[in-house]
Design a binder for this molecule. Structure first.
Ligand SMILES: [Zn+2]
Length: 371
């Protein structure tokens, strides 16, 4: 007889619905109802409940003998539970020994491999560029969710408006340096440097007002998957998740906006040069949660809502707005060389500093505006 222990997925319980009917779990996405059971069969199922004890098939069969359930019927019930996806084949620990993160993912993933998902996060390297209070909150969520390595980029000083996730004493000191110190203090296992030769799996780039193509050139040059987060006047736009060569990029979005409003390039350039307004607290918190949620979905290999889309969130509505985007035919980002397009953008911007150029155009060899 098989001596392996039999466990329900973490967090699932055996619930007595009525005489002859038991239920495992509650949410329809991971629950199952068993009907036409004898009282003895319900008692056998009850033995599977409990966070600290996992019976073997022999234990269940022994109980079956005492309550009138034949060994074949015990096996049949176990097969039914297995086919329903409520048994845990991934963990050798009982539910109470799992952390809440692993228990959750063991319960909801189709394969039940919460430990594998967390191992993937621990192995992941994510770069967060732009560490205002929104960027640091995103980094904090990623650390808390178990991302193993965070590379933090932002040499601008901490502003008074960043205090919240930063300490008041941090004001005036480099954001990246302070963000590393704060995150290491809360998450001692977090690594803030990658192994030599190991690039990021994902870049989360936080922008004030509009995405800045100049800041994205290194990301495009290395063909890195990236998630723009743009803090607007009213909302924060998360996405699209740019997978180089697949789906629209930030330049596609700019080209679509230019079609809708020919003045958009001039407006956008001025917004990139302007001193950024700090995002309101609640806006920053909502935006950071959504951005981290989508970043984690990408890292985990789960479905991402911002695939060729942006999620726009803000305090005015509890529901995010999902906006779909397509590759713009003039962008060329679906082709083999996305850097050329961004490089051309940067070159075009640089040409505006030409003293012989139009006086009405904005210079672009500006310092990158801090977020
Ligand atoms: Zn594009």
């Amino acid at each position: 007889m098989d001596a392996r222990t039999i466990r329900l997925r973490a967090g699932l319980s055996v619930l007595w619905r009525r005489e002859g009917e038991s239920q495992i779990g509650v949410d329809p996405r991971c629950a199952v109802v068993l009907e036409n059971l004898t009282r003895g069969e319900q008692r056998v199922l009850d033995l599977l409940d409990g966070p600290d004890f996992a019976p073997t098939e022999a234990d269940l069969t022994r109980l079956g003998h005492t309550v009138g359930v034949a060994p074949g019927r015990v096996r049949e019930l176990l097969g039914l539970l297995d086919r329903s996806g409520v048994l845990d084949h991934g963990s050798r620990r009982t539910g109470s020994a799992l952390g809440p993160e692993e228990a959750y993912w063991s319960r909801v993933l189709p394969g039940g491999d919460g430990a594998g998902l967390l191992a993937g996060r621990d192995h992941a390297v994510v770069r967060v560029c732009g560490l205002d209070h929104v960027g640091l909150r995103i980094a904090t969520h990623l650390s808390e969710a178990g991302v193993g390595t965070l590379l933090l980029d932002d040499e601008h000083p901490v502003r008074r408006s960043d205090v919240g996730p930063y300490e008041p004493i941090d004001v005036g000191r480099p954001r990246a340096e302070r963000a590393r110190a704060l995150l290491r203090a809360s998450y001692p296992r977090l690594r803030t440097q990658a192994e030599p030769g190991r690039g990021p799996d994902l870049v989360v780039a936080v922008f004030a007002a509009v995405a800045d193509p100049v800041r994205l050139v290194p990301v495009l040059r290395e063909d890195l998957e990236h998630l723009p987060v743009v803090i607007g006047d009213v909302d924060i736009a998360v996405g699209p998740l740019v997978r180089p060569g697949r789906g629209p990029c930030t330049r596609c979005l700019d080209l679509h906006r230019t079609e809708a409003d020919p003045a958009w390039p001039a407006v956008a350039t001025q917004m990139r040069c302007a001193a950024p307004a700090a995002a309101a607290r609640q806006l920053g918190q909502i935006g950071a949660v959504v951005a981290a949620h989508q970043a984690l979905a990408a890292i985990d290999g789960r479905e991402v809502a911002v695939e060729a889309a942006t999620l726009e969130v803000g305090p005015l509505s509890p529901l995010p707005v999902l906006r779909q985007w397509t590759i713009h035919p003039e962008c060329g980002c679906g082709g083999p060389d996305p850097v050329r397009a961004a490089g051309a953008d940067a070159a075009a911007s640089r040409s505006r500093t030409d003293p012989h150029g139009s006086a009405s155009e904005q210079p672009a060899s500006r310092p990158t505006a801090p977020v």
